[in-house]
Design a binder for this molecule. Structure first.
Ligand code: IVH
Length: 682
């Protein structure tokens, strides 16, 4: 190519990269985009096209690289050039006053002088370090033990609020930035909901979830987790001088990092205390979890003089918010068995009131958590309600121990069916090995089969399934379809009419499209999305049942752009499911019973006005339930999402819309009412 032409292409590529990164900044850091989605997509597509055609201009920091890279075998170790310390804690205002006095004593200053502090929300996530050399992001690592962490560069690149380049005139030849990777509260719930549906162990809290997401060997998985990152500190830096924490935050903002907008500079410890309390009072209204506030001496020179004691700096302290924590006795531990056999220890507590709710049980998550927290049966324990919902055991009150307490040991046998328990490599969870006849697993898997996102059998709630299994009316999913009205009428809570209604709903479900059945089978790693993909690809259950492992990999790899390794694990699970004789027998019986095995919803997507478009619904609709509206959109080749982003094409607003409406207005997304929606789909 003529060198002039080449130079032109190179310039265009570089210009596009900068432009796209600027728009990422507007969207992900400032939350205020300046161009519509379609414009952004156009720029992005053009860049992808040019990079493909001219691979000689490859740049590992191009915005196109944010989608994740091929998986790693393991993480390399990274030694932090300046250790990443941790903070000592302050509980209550007296501890903060003492902290202020300690600072003054150490600096030989009179007690009546004012020291300037910054107060920042303490984000509950995972600490990371981001290294920029000559304005390019070259390495990202976890805190690890403070001295040595892990190289998670590829994963951190997928977080769009982390800049991949600094502005050319940043003034730094080297800059090590420190911050916290975290998840929004909603995103955390969503991830756990999806894991539950897929029969995967749940994350105990936001911090574990953020840590698990950053420490994925497959960065494409990290990319899906929607992580965010607030920055608040520096390690080494060369170039400009920085005189204070406040100036540092200003500089980081100028360099386009995401800095928490609630950070504040205060004149003295009194103001710091009152701002800590203010942050405490608004914590529930924030979209992310904070567990305290960090108070730092503002002046860097003073920080330098103060230095550190042990592993904590003398110039900063973490003010921990008061939780409503109560003490109660842990009377016993029971073991719950989930649909895929995961066994979860559950604490039975002496009933106690927390925030107006009586708490009798609390999940202990898994046995590693139990060991880590050192909880025993008979202990008095601190209990709090985390994020206002699930009660959590913080730890034992060790002073109250009598020596009579008993260890909580993982059962060797399934508490429900007695089969041996297994622990798979790399998993913290233990499982019952008997997937076929364990009663707990049977109940849970039938509950899953009839649930809304599977066969959607109306009136078949969890309790009813439990009762039917208890009474011996159903032993597996096939038995649902041979139930007779006469068997149901005499049962508790039923009468002639309600029994008839249930039989009708069961009958109706036979005509469901294939993906519902696939999802209902409860194959490990297969959730609603993957069930839809399989149904669309194989079109008929018989094809899926006889598919080879390679066929399955092709089906899931092609569309999901999953990594080969991940696809293989999932394909193995699907393939093995259909090799099991008992599963084959059950599925064949379902066919005999008249269940539809064909996919008719997703196979022939008509080209319509809404193909490829993404919809978000907010508020109540007059003519459809949410589920119905979703089905229509999907049938016409569109997608329905739960949250509004700049990629949303239409927000359909019904009666009493929620915050999604406000967000749509802010982002300039097209907003339509129900009537306009009906026109679109007609
Ligand atoms: S400053 C010298 N500021 O809290 C320690 N930390 O135990 C410097 N954290 O490991 C930490 N928000 O993971 C600082 N605004 C903030 C923070 C914060 C969260 C975490 C961080 C650190 C831990 C301290």
């Amino acid at each position: 190519m003529d060198p002039k032409e080449k130079e032109k292409i190179k310039n265009e590529i570089e210009k596009l990269r900068k432009e796209i990164e600027y728009h990422n900044y507007r969207y992900y850091v400032l939350d205020s985009p300046v161009i519509p989605d379609s414009e952004y997509d156009k720029l992005f597509r053009r860049l992808v096209e040019l990079e493909k055609k001219y691979p000689e201009f490859y740049d590992p920091n191009s915005p196109t690289q944010r989608v994740g890279a091929p998986p790693l075998e393991k993480f390399e170790k990274v030694t932090h050039s300046i250790p990443m310390l941790s903070l000592s804690n302050a509980f209550g205002e007296n501890d903060l006053i003492e902290f202020d006095e300690r600072v003054k004593r150490f600096l030989d200053l009179p007690f009546n002088i004012d020291i300037e502090y910054t107060v920042e929300p303490k984000i509950d996530g995972l600490a990371v370090e981001l290294v920029y050399e000559n304005n390019v992001f070259v390495r990202g690592s976890t805190r690890g033990d403070g001295y040595v962490g892990e190289d998670v560069t590829l994963n951190l690149k997928t977080i769009k609020s982390i800049p991949l380049y600094l502005p050319e005139n940043s003034g730094f030849s080297l800059l090590e930035v420190r911050g916290e990777v975290y998840l929004d509260k909603k995103q955390f719930l969503k991830i756990n909901e999806e894991r539950e549906k897929k029969g995967l162990p749940l994350f105990a809290n936001q911090r574990n979830c953020a840590a698990g997401s950053v420490r994925q060997l497959d960065s494409k998985e990290t990319a899906k987790r929607n992580l965010k990152c607030f920055v608040y500190g520096v390690g080494r830096y060369e170039g400009r001088k920085i005189h204070s924490q406040w100036e540092l935050l200003e500089i980081l903002k100028e360099l386009r990092f995401k800095v928490n907008p609630l950070a504040k500079k205060v004149k003295n410890i009194k103001e710091a205390i009152s701002y800590c309390k203010e942050l405490d009072s608004i914590r529930d209204s924030l979209p992310y979890e904070i567990d305290g506030a960090v108070v730092k001496v503002n002046d860097f020179e003073l920080q330098q003089k103060l230095g550190a004691v042990g592993r904590s700096p003398r110039w900063a302290i973490a003010y921990k918010f008061e939780e409503e924590v109560v003490i109660t006795k842990l009377n016993d531990v029971i073991f719950q068995v989930g649909r895929t056999g995961i066994i979860t220890p559950v604490a039975i507590l002496e009933p106690v009131q927390i925030k107006g709710v009586t708490v009798k049980k609390a999940t202990l998550h898994n046995f590693e958590d139990v060991k880590y927290k050192d909880i025993k049966i008979g202990d008095y324990v601190y209990v709090k309600r985390a994020g206002d919902v699930i009660p959590e055991i913080v730890g034992p009150v060790k002073e109250k121990r009598t020596g009579e307490e008993k260890d909580i040991l993982p059962p060797e046998k399934c508490p429900v069916c007695g089969a041996p328990v297994i622990k798979e490599e790399g998993e913290v969870a233990i499982r019952c090995s008997n997937n076929l006849t364990c009663r707990a697993q049977i109940v849970r898997s039938i509950q899953h089969f009839v649930s809304k996102n599977c066969m959607d059998i109306e009136g078949f709630g969890d309790r009813i399934v439990e009762m039917f299994v208890e009474k011996g009316l159903i032993k597996n999913i096939c038995d649902i379809y041979t139930l007779k009205k006469e068997q149901i009428i005499p049962l508790e809570g039923f009468a002639e009419k309600s029994a008839e209604n249930l039989i009708n709903s069961i009958e109706k479900s036979k005509n469901n499209t294939l993906w519902r059945l696939i999802n209902g089978l409860g194959i490990r790693h297969v959730g609603e999305q993957l069930a839809k993909q399989l149904a669309k690809h194989f079109k008929h259950m018989d094809n899926l049942m006889s598919a080879s492992k390679e066929d399955i990999i092709k089906a899931i790899y092609k569309e999901n752009a999953k990594t080969k390794k991940k696809s293989t694990i999932i394909a193995d699970s699907i393939y093995n499911f259909f090799q099991s004789e008992i599963n084959i027998k059950i599925i064949n019986r379902l066919k005999e019973l008249g269940l539809n095995f064909e996919e008719y919803e997703l196979v022939e997507k008509k080209e319509s006005k809404i193909s490829g478009k993404t919809f978000v619904f907010t508020g109540a609709l007059n003519n459809f339930t949410r589920e119905e509206a979703k089905n229509i959109v999907e049938k016409l080749g569109g997608k329905v999402s739960n949250s509004v982003s700049k990629k949303t094409n239409f927000v359909v607003v019904g009666k009493d819309p929620g915050s999604k409406y406000e967000k749509a207005k802010k982002l300039g997304v097209t907003i339509i009412n129900e009537e306009e929606f009906m026109k679109l789909i007609s």
